[in-house]
Design a protein around this ligand. Sequence first.
Ligand code: BLA
Length: 508
Amino acid sequence: LETGTTFDLAECVREPIHRLGGVQSYGALVALAGDRVVVASANAAGMLGVGSLVGAPVGLLLSTEQVEALTGLADADTGQTAMMPIELVSGDGPRRFDVTVHRSDGMLVLEFEPPARELANEFMAFYAPIRAALVRLQRAVTVTEACQAAVQEIRAITGYDRVVAYRFESSDGPGEVIAEEVVGDWEPWRGLWFPATDIPPQARLLYERNWIRVIADVEDATAQLVPPILPGTGEPLDLSLSVLRTVSPFHLEYLRNIGVTSSMSVSLLANGRLWGLIACHGRGVQQLSPQLRAACEFFGVALSLHLAALRERDDTAARERSRTVIARLMERVAADLPTGWASGPGGLEQVVENEAVVVRTNGRTIVHGTDPGPEAIAALLAELPELAAGQLWHSDRLAEEVPALAAFSGVLDGALVLPLSATGDCIIWVRRERTVQRRWAIDPSAPVVLGPHGTRLTPRGSTAVFLASVRGRSMPWSPTDLAMVAELGRAIMEIAVAHARQLAALNA
Ligand code: BLA
C-alpha cells in the first residue's frame, strides 16, 4: 500500500478482527485444553513469573482448586466472561491478578491483568454513585436525556477526556453524536455525523455479541500468541470474547489521527441489533479494571433497556391514537362502503403521518392533502408491483428504488401502499422529501485516502465540518406505521366481507 492512494474498503470488511493472534501487552493470555497449556501470549511467562508455558501442565501455574473454580465460572453459561481474583504462588513469590475467563475454540481462555489498585471496598465505592446515576437515567423521558445521563456517569467513573453517545442511522449506516461530555480544550462533537465506514460490518457484529472493548494504548506492542495458528482450526485463537484482544491496525491509525491514546466503547443494543455506542477517548494511556469494565457494561445494558422502554412508550401512544382513528373511520365506512372515501379522507390522513392520501376505488383516484400532481400519482400507480389484497408495500426512497419515479423526487419520495383488491383498489399514504442537513466530521463523498501507515484517516474537528443534505428520502415508515395500516386493512376486509354477505342475503 502506498501513501496517498485511495483505499480499498473491501480490505476493512475482510479483516478478521477476532482472530488477529495477539493481546494487549498490559495483560497476558493463557489457553488450556484439559490440563495442558496450549496457547500463551509471548509476555505470559515473564508476567506470571514462570518458565516456558506452552505445552506445560497447568499445575505449573495454578492449583487444582483454582482451575476448578475458573472452569466453573467459564461454564456458568452466561455467554460472556467472568472474573475472579487469583494469587499465583508459582515462581518468585505470590503475585495477584484479576483473571477473566471464558471458553473459545473448545479451550478455557484465561486473561491475567495486574490488579489496578487496592480498593478497600470496591463494591461500595461503585455502588452508591451508580445507584444515583441509575435513578437519573430512569427519570429521563427522551432518548437524548437518557444518553446524556449515561455519558455523564461513564465519564465520572472512568475519567476519559471525551465520552459520547453515538447513534447509528441503521445498524449498517452512518451515525450521529447525540450526547457528549468532553474536556474544555477538545473540539466538541455533539451533532456531528460520521461515515458508516468508520466501523466496518464485522466489528458491528462482534459488538452485538460482546458489550465492551478497551484499547489501553494505541502505541502498545501487541503480545503475540504462541503458537500463532491452532493446529485444530488452522487459524489463530478466536478472541471474540477476549478482554485483552489486540485491535485492528486500521482502527489504531484512526485513533492516532484524531489525537487519541486510549479508547473504550460500550454497545447499545435495540432488539439484539447494534443501535449505537457509548464511545470514550483519552489522551493518556488508560486501562480499566474488570470492576470498572463491569460497571460500564452494566450502564450500557441499563441504557439499552431504558431506551427500549422509551420506544415502547412512544409506540404505545402512537398505536392508541391510530386505533381510535381507525375505530371512528370504520363506523363511517360500515355505513357507506361503496362510495368509501370519495367525499373526503374521513380520518385516513390520521392513521399515519403523510403529506397526502391517495384513494383508488373502482377506477377513480382521489387525492387528499398536498397533491404531488396528477403525473406523479399516475406514474406511482403505474410503477407499483403487483400486490395481493392486504400485502403492504412501502419505500422511503422512491427515486432510488423505482428509477421511473426519480423525476418526482422532492414532491414524492415515500409511499406506503395498502392494496384492497386484486383489481388495483388501494389506499396510498405519500410523503415528500425530508431535507435534513447533516454536519459531517469528514466529507462523506470524499474517497478514503491512505495515510503514512498505509491506512486512511483524516483528522476531525470544526475546521473539517462538511455540510451535506440528504436528498430523495422521506421520513421512514416505522414499524408502528406499518402495523397500523395493516390493522386498518384487516378492518376494511372484515367490513367488505360483511357487506358481501348482506348483499348475498338480500339477493337470495
Ligand atoms: C472500530 N471505530 C471502531 C470503534 C469506534 C469507531 C467507536 C470501536 C472501537 C473503540 O471503542 O475504539 C469509530 N469512534 C468512532 C466514531 C466515533 C468514535 C465514528 O468516537 C464518533 C463519535 N475505520 C475506518 C476505516 C476502517 C476502520 C476506513 O475509518 C477500515 C479500514 C476500521 N474501526 C475499524 C475497525 C474497527 C473499528 C476494523 C474494529 C476495532 C476492533 O474492535 O478491533
